[in-house]
Ligand binder design. Structure first.
Ligand SMILES: [Zn+2]
Length: 469
């Protein structure tokens, strides 16, 4: 909290006055009857309303008494293409395994999309994220048309790190592994060069994000890690949602997946791994030692039947200081509900109502991913000097009632859809529930049309659980 002397008035574009601020600052202060001022793309003052009313001269003042203000949420793992135009369609057949569903439904739907479809899809994903207070995301490394997607995202105003689909393992014995790896590495190098991450002032950039599992050759893993280390970026990858990845790595290397990644020197603080449902104690030790980030996507895990309540080591990760964060995997834009679901399920599984408290839910949704992304000096808390990425949660709703414990109420009982307004880089991208940067009605109408066309191109049958007349 900063107390600014009366004699040095701070000029601001906006002062939100009288709100409850969940600052997420180093002391984790919550400021009742607080105020926050922003100028340009930065937060310039945070404190009690009385102090800031005296010390800040703002062009615009918002009466914040009905709002709880938080830093923007960060979705650490989301697919912004592939699914948004065709949600619910890739149901698979009754006897399809997870792998069948992936090969016969999910990937054909991806491949049937044009650059324009992916651009539209990314804008739908951005609109949905912003609606739930997500201001920054790490994409899952499954974009096919990066240039179109970057253009679409730029218009939305959202902050993110995105990667082109890169594999690089020669599964076909006729393919030359060295050539396949080189082609994949060339994509990584090109995307990082075309969309460089220059740190604080870069809203959108490309990172060497990998699909992961068993799809990336060791050379591709090493190249991605080297690019990340060289340019201050991060690698992310899917790993071990189910037993398939451990089985594959054990069969090929006689090592579990994280053991193998450690063997080839690609486990470290610049690496973020998604799912990690099927890891054992030795892999947990490696996560702790390496400082690699872990991303849990509760909706994907629980709907996908990963077995986390039996084998998931997420409470143990938290206990041992692993930097654990939340992702939606694109299944729901709503990061708060992800945290709420995770906490609830593990409390039940471990017979412990104190496990994963509200403070941890908010840290996993805001601060931990900011740290993992190497962006904690820019985002993740309401501190002067940081980016003006913030969310107004509307408490003028029956689910809120009086605000006496903003953290607990926000994490566990407030409607996660109660986001009133969102700023990213000091721009109000959501104003009273309305997107300001994109024509939301047109994007959604175009998306409905495009989705129907994508499905028609795949030639896949529509399946519904009950007959549709
Ligand atoms: Zn994913």
């Amino acid at each position: 909290m900063s107390e600014i002397p009366f004699q040095t008035p701070v000029k601001a574009d906006l002062l939100i006055s009288g709100a409850t601020l969940i600052t997420m600052n180093a002391e984790r202060q919550v400021i009742a009857d607080g105020a926050i001022a922003i100028a340009g793309d930065r937060i310039v003052a945070v404190g009690k309303r009385e102090a800031l009313t005296r010390s800040v001269v703002a062009r615009e003042v918002i009466d914040g008494r009905r709002f709880v203000v938080t830093p923007g949420f960060v979705d650490a793992h989301i697919h912004i293409t592939g699914d948004p135009l065709t949600r619910g369609f890739a149901r698979g057949g009754p006897d399809d395994t997870w792998s069948d569903k992936l090969q016969k439904w999910v990937i054909p739907i991806f491949k049937a999309q044009t650059a324009a479809d992916e651009r539209l899809s990314a804008q739908c994903a951005a609109l949905a994220m912003i609606r739930y207070g997500t201001t920054c995301f790490v994409e899952a490394g499954t974009v096919l048309q990066l240039d179109a997607v970057m253009e679409g995202l730029d218009e939305s105003g959202i902050r993110g790190r995105v990667g082109e689909w890169v594999e690089g393992r020669a599964f076909n014995p006729a393919d030359d592994q060295a050539k396949v790896s080189a082609a994949a590495i060339a994509i990584l190098e090109s995307e990082v060069e075309r969309y460089p991450d220059r740190g604080g002032d870069t809203r959108l950039a490309a990172w060497p994000l990998l699909v992961g599992h068993s799809t990336n050759s060791d050379d591709v893993w090493r190249a991605a890690k080297a690019l990340a280390d060289q340019h201050g970026l991060r690698v992310s990858a899917h790993m071990s949602p189910r037993a398939g990845d451990p089985e594959w790595f054990l069969a090929r290397y006689n090592r579990r997946p994280l053991e193998h990644l450690a063997d080839i020197d690609v486990l470290g603080e610049t690496v973020m791994l998604t799912h990690l449902a099927n890891i054992d104690q030795s892999e947990l030790d490696l996560l702790v030692q390496s400082g690699a980030g872990a991303i849990h996507c509760p909706h994907a895990a629980f709907q996908g039947g990963f077995g986390l309540t039996h084998i998931g080591l997420f409470p143990e990760m938290l206990d041992r200081g692993v930097n654990l964060m939340l992702g939606t995997d694109g299944m729901a834009a709503d990061i708060l509900s992800s945290g709420r679901l995770m906490a609830s399920v593990f409390r039940d599984a471990r017979w412990d109502q104190e496990l994963i408290p509200a403070t941890t839910v908010l840290e996993m949704a805001i601060l931990n991913p900011a740290r993992a992304m190497g962006m904690a000096d820019q985002i993740g808390s309401l501190d002067p000097g940081k980016k003006a990425d913030l969310v107004l949660h509307d408490t003028d709703l029956p689910e809120w009632g009086p605000v006496f414990d903003a953290v607990g109420q926000l994490a566990f009982s407030a409607p996660s859809s109660g986001v009133h307004s969102v700023w990213i880089d000091g721009v109000r991208v959501l104003d009273d529930g309305r997107a300001t940067q994109l024509d939301e009605e047109k994007v959604l109408a175009d998306a409905r049309q495009a989705g129907r066309e994508v499905i028609a191109r795949t030639g896949l049958p529509t399946r519904t659980p009950w007959p549709v007349l």
